[in-house]
Each structure stands twice: as C-alpha cells, then as structure tokens.
Design a protein around this ligand. Structure first.
Ligand code: UN1
Length: 512
C-alpha cells in the first residue's frame, strides 16, 4: 500500500532560523539573483548574490596568496585548524544536518549522517597531518641518500553536487588544509545555503585558530557554470576536484589536461549488485532496499542494476516488491519517512523519461509514480521504481539520477560479472554471496571493474577511511581516505651526496 505524508509544512522560515544559528547573517539571504529552494515544498528560501567571473578570478588570486602563507605553517599545526573545524561541526551537527534535510531533501538520519562524514574526515585529516610521510629509497651510489618529500600543492578547486552538498567539500578540504593548500569551493546552484553555513563554521574555526590562518584560505564562490569555468581555467589552480555528471567531466577533464592541471573527477555511477544462490536473502533485502531507495536514489553510489540468480529470483522478487510498496515516501523531516523528495522537476522528468524508455524496451514497472502532488505542487515526491528487464537495454546502461532499480536474471556467475562490468561507468558494486570462491573472485582482478567492490553490503554508504571514486566514465579520481591525500600535494625526489666524489648514475663517466 502506498503510504505518504500529509501536507509538508513551510521549509523557508525554518531555513532562515537555522542559518542564523549557524552564524549566517540574514542580509546574505536577500537581494541576489540565485534563487534557493527547498525540494520539500518547492518554496523559495533565499535569493543569493552571485559573484562575477572577474570577482571569482580575484578571489582565486587571493586564495593563491593564502596558499603561499599557509604552506609555511607546519603540517601538525595545520591539523589543529582542521581539528577546530571538526569541533564546530560537532557542536552544530543538529543544525547543519537539518539544513541538509531542508535544502537537499535528505531524511533526518541521512542529513545528520552527512555531517558525521564531515566530522569523520576532519578526524582523519588531523591524524594525517602528522603522517604525510615520504619514502627513503635505496640508491645505487655510495655515500648518497635518496628520498621523497611531499610539499603543499597550491589552490585546490572544489566543484560539488547537490546530493552531498557539504560532505564532498569536506573530503577535499580537510585533506587540502592539512596538506598546506588553500581551497576555493563552487557548490551546486541547487544547494548554496548549506555551503554558506559551512563557510561560516570554517570562519569560526579559523578565528579560534588565530592569525596563522590567512584570509582566503577557504573561499566560497556562489554562482553558476561560468564560476566553475573560472576555477577550471585559472592558471593558479593546480588541482580541481569535481563531482557531477559524466557530461560535466567531459568538459572539465580536457580543459584541465590542456593546462596540465590535475583532476579528481567523481562522475556518474551505474552501480550493480549480484544476488547469488547462496545469498542470505534477509540481509540482501535490507542491503538492496537501502542502496536503491535511500536518498531517493540520488547518490552517485545508488544501486541501479540488480542481477538475481534464476534459482532465487522467484523467492526474492516478491519480497523486494513488497519493500518497494511499503517504504514511506514523504516529508523527509517526518519520523519514519525513508524516501524524501527528488531535488527538482528536472529530476522528476528525467525519471519519467527513463521509465518510458524502459517500458519501450520491454521493462515491467512497479512504482515510479508521483505522490503528494496535490500537497506541494512545486515538490516532486515519487514512489521508487522497480523495473524487471529481460536484458540490459540502453536505458539500463545510462545513469538516471532517480530511484529506479532495473532487475535482471542471470544463470552463471561469470555472466553476472560480465553484465555488471558492461556499464560505461565504474564506481561501485557488490555481490551477495556466502560462497567464498564467488566473493573472492568478485573482488579479484578478474571480478568487478569498479573503484568500490563490496561483499554482502550494498554499493552505497562508503566510509571515509577508504579511497572513494571509480573507473571508466566515473572519472578515475579518488577522494577521502587511504593515500588519496597524495593528489593534494606535490612529490619531490631528493638525492643527497654526503661523500667527496661524484659517482654518476648508470655508471656514466664524465671527468672534466
Ligand atoms: C555521492 O553520492 O556523491 O558511499 C557520494 C556513499 C557516500 C558517498 C556518496 N559516502 O554513499
């Protein structure tokens, strides 16, 4: 049975109150041209001033000046600033999490969870600030030493998407700050308010830290596409980390390559799960439900393709359909709601188009219809869609950023892995199995070709400790944990001669 919430209450007045508590003056929220909205009701929440490309360029120049000062501050001391940022986030987790709910439409636990990811990466970066190690390498020459050192890189540009409006900045920024870099952030036009709140919290932390944190260390640029371009084109930005569509990455990647800047690209995902004959179906059901319907299908790690072994298909599908029918869709602030709104009408229309294409390709659809339209006509709530497909048609191979799960049958494990790897994207993947050989094969070099390959958990909800990112059309970038920090620094190889002779490498003789 379709359950839904009653009329959503105003989101605008609560937004203003939260921003005030997060340290954002009311004057910021009016008089501009960028209209901020809450997807919960569709109502306008602010009109923000946008920077011009010339102002963006000047701000990037200033960020470069900030970098020149910041790189001189010892790394563990830089870590102290990030520790203070983490403290601000802890102290304001409830308000910021709620603002994420209001602006991005995430249910309460996911809004709070996003802020928790920010806190976690701050903790991680604080530890890292004392572990920016290089290697000492055996040299072929006597009385020599060879080593590598890691140095601050410069201004790091961050372009983020609406679906993780604040966490993505923090995965980049917390690392960049401890690495000795300054950060310039262009958030999604769909979620500027959460970015403004985070910048206010950063400024509080920087004020506590003191004058060693230069002005311009963290800069927020509110604006549209041309502001992103200003970041991508500026010669003083050696690294841009961009999260968004593959189409966006195709524009950004070549421009950065043209000027030999680094790119961390976090683009589309078309994540799959394989349900094998030995899978624990209770656990699998929970894993699939969260990964496919959570965040209203708007994570880049959302589960979009499900391959079910023919021997368990008939046992599993009715249970999955029941979960799709009973999940509560509605106001994400309400207790018990698991699926909030789509971000906007564009997302809704893209979902409907994909469902038409899926039907044309022979898909049998359960759900997918709009709900609560009469309660808030500017808001777009949908029942998540389950689409049984006979084959992996074109529509299945493209990423539609909405809660659509395509379900297909398979016969052999090899076939399932091949189907999973057949998508142009390569972000996240999982297998549900209790067969050790299948599990190991899936995560082996011959298994999943994705940046994330999981066993007995869904593809979404990654922890910050691992490197986050994917292959192929996902862009190849890695953020957050493991050794991702190395992208935010430059490496120098140093050879030191402590002897009185000058032996040349490779046995070369050059005696003058
Ligand atoms: C994204 O959707 O842009 O793995 C990132 C996850 C999150 C990150 C998603 N930690 O679902």
């Amino acid at each position: 049975m379709t359950q839904q919430n009653s009329v959503p209450a105003s989101a605008a007045s609560e937004t203003a109150g939260l921003l005030a508590r997060l340290g954002v003056p009311a004057s910021v929220l009016t008089g501009g041209s960028l209209v901020a909205r809450s997807p919960i009701t569709g109502e306008e929440t602010a009109r923000l001033k946008e920077v011009s490309p010339a102002e963006a360029k000047a701000a990037i120049d200033k960020a470069h000046e900030a970098f020149l000062a910041w790189r001189k501050v010892p790394a563990p001391r830089r870590g102290e600033l990030v520790r203070l940022l983490g403290e601000e986030l802890r102290a304001h987790k409830a308000e910021l999490g709620r603002l994420v709910t209001l602006e991005a439409g995430k249910v309460t636990s996911e809004g709070l969870g996003e802020v928790q990811e920010m806190i976690d990466i701050c903790d991680y970066a604080v530890g890292l600030s004392r572990q920016l190690f290089g290697l000492t390498i055996a040299t072929e020459r006597s009385e020599h030493r060879m080593m590598e050192t890691w140095h601050p890189l410069g201004v790091v540009g961050v372009i983020s998407a609406f679906n993780f409006p604040v966490a993505v900045w923090s995965w980049n920024a917390a690392l960049a700050f401890v690495c000795g870099d300054s950060v310039v952030w262009k958030p999604s036009e769909k979620t500027p308010l959460t970015a403004i709140a985070v910048q206010a919290l950063f400024e509080k932390a920087a004020a506590k830290f003191g004058p060693e944190a230069p002005a311009g260390l963290s800069t927020l640029l509110i604006g549209g596409r041309e502001i992103g371009e200003a970041l991508v084109d500026h010669p003083k930005v050696p690294l841009v980390s961009a999260t968004g569509s593959t189409a966006m990455g195709r524009q950004v990647g070549p421009k950065l390559a043209q000027r030999f800047a680094r790119a961390v690209l976090e683009l589309g995902g078309n994540n799959a799960a394989i349900i094998t004959p030995s899978a624990d179906l209770d656990l699998t059901l929970r894993g699939v439900a969260f990964a496919a319907m959570g965040t209203a299908g708007q994570r880049c790690t959302t589960l979009r393709r499900l391959f079910v072994h023919e021997s368990v298909y008939d046992a599993f599908l009715p249970r999955l359909k029941a979960a799709y029918g009973s999940v509560t869709v509605g106001d994400p602030r309400a207790e018990g709601v698991l699926v909030g709104p789509l971000i906007d009408q564009g997302a809704y229309l893209a979902m409907q188009k994909a469902l038409v294409d899926a039907r044309d390709a022979g898909g049998v659809i359960t759900g997918g219809e709009r709900v609560s339209a009469d309660a808030a006509d500017g808001a777009f709530y949908v029942r998540p869609a389950l689409v049984e497909m006979g084959r992996q048609a074109d529509v299945v191979l493209r990423e539609t950023f909405a809660p659509i799960l395509y379900v297909m049958k398979y016969s052999t494990f090899e076939e399932a892995v091949a189907l999973q790897n057949d998508a142009p994207q390569g972000l996240s993947s999982s297998v549900f199995t209790n067969d050790m050989r299948e599990a190991e094969r899936f995560i082996s070099g011959e298994g999943s070709d994705c940046g994330i390959a999981n066993v007995n958990i869904g593809p979404s909800g990654a922890e910050i400790g691992g490197a986050f990112g994917g292959e192929k059309e996902t862009g190849g970038g890695r953020e957050a944990g493991s050794d991702s920090w190395k992208a935010y620094m430059r490496r120098a190889t140093n050879t030191l001669n402590y002897g009185k002779t000058l032996p040349l490498a490779q046995g070369v003789k050059f005696d003058v």
